[in-house]
Write a protein that binds this ligand. Structure first.
Ligand SMILES: Nc1ncnc2c1ncn2[C@@H]1O[C@H](COP(=O)(O)OP(=O)(O)OP(=O)(O)O)[C@@H](O)[C@H]1O
Ligand SMILES: [Mg+2]
Length: 269
């Protein structure tokens, strides 16, 4: 459904220039759940933002359903986006609107459906996430787990072929995480939706993924089924899945030599 070939992305200029993705390749299969795992700063969001057209790469190709989206203008990209549902990390619901109005928003913006049809469609989506009956509540009146489900209902309101999830279970209790996991899995199994999930939640990735892609410094260090990842001997993968503080993955970005840096400070001069 989505193939990424030779993607290169740099941020900044001159001294500050940083190559975040270099010769990046990945495949996201139709109807499957692919989870993107990796430490902070490994490039997960950057990859996601390229696929939804927020970032343009320096070079490379991103094919969605056979169409290269790199270099598309706004109008062309909007057409591609109609195939997309996006569940943002924060939920991104409008507090001044009711649940029903929030879920109906994409339908009102992108279709000419009449009010009755919109109401029925909203009810169907809310039923799918187990929240029919919450139509008239405001986001401030419902729990964090419910908010995530509402934002999922909104993400699927236009019956997308592909749904992107950015940290769908961040900050949720284990049961709510299980509920979201089940929904993601169901959407892919029962409706054939292609799901791309950026997550830190290992247990959840192992439960729902058909395929896991593990990133480190903008590179795929491992990719395969949850079973294959669990059995990986790559020390970077072992460190990540066991949450070990010491190993080949440094605690933070590599720094200059500490002593050198101290020497240069005016205090020592
Ligand atoms: N718009 C930007 N301008 C400059 N640098 C950026 C920009 N977006 C991302 N980066 C850099 O690219 C690298 C990868 O960032 P990215 O947000 O993709 O990481 P991530 O894997 O999503 O991390 P996290 O788990 O913390 O969200 C980081 O070093 C980040 O500072
Ligand atoms: Mg991120």
């Amino acid at each position: 459904m989505i193939t990424i070939r030779n993607l290169k992305k740099t941020f900044g200029e001159g001294d500050k220039k940083m190559i975040v993705l270099d010769n990046f390749n990945a495949d996201f299969e139709e109807g499957k759940v692919t989870c993107i795992l990796g430490g902070s700063g490994s490039g997960k969001s950057t990859v996601l933002k390229h696929m939804i057209g927020v970032y343009q790469p320096d070079s490379g190709e991103i094919k969605v359903d056979g169409e290269n989206i790199v270099g598309m203008n706004r109008e062309q990209m909007n057409k591609v986006r109609k195939k997309y549902g996006i569940m943002f990390q924060s939920g991104a619901l409008f507090n001044s609107m009711t649940v029903e109005e929030n879920v109906a928003l994409p339908l009102r913006e992108h279709t000419n459906l009449n009010e009755t049809t919109i109401k029925i469609m909203v009810k169907m989506k809310l039923e799918m996430v187990g929240l029919r009956g919450a139509e008239h509540l405001k986001p401030s009146q419902i729990s964090g787990g419910m908010l995530k489900r509402i934002s999922l209902a909104r993400a699927i309101s236009l019956d997308p072929k592909i749904v992107f999830y950015d940290e769908p279970s961040a900050g949720l209790d284990p049961i709510s995480i299980g509920v979201i996991d089940q929904l993601i899995k169901d959407l892919s199994n029962k409706m054939g939706i292609t799901s791309i999930v950026v997550t830190h939640e290992l247990a959840s990735a192992f439960r729902i993924a058909d395929k896991i892609i593990m990133l480190f410094k903008g590179e795929i260090i491992s990719s395969g089924t949850p079973e294959e990842i669990k059995n990986s001997k790559d020390p970077r993968v072992v460190q990540f899945i066991n949450g070990l503080p010491d190993g080949p993955i440094p605690f933070s970005k590599s720094q200059r030599d500490y002593g050198e840096e101290l020497k240069e400070m005016t205090f020592y001069n």
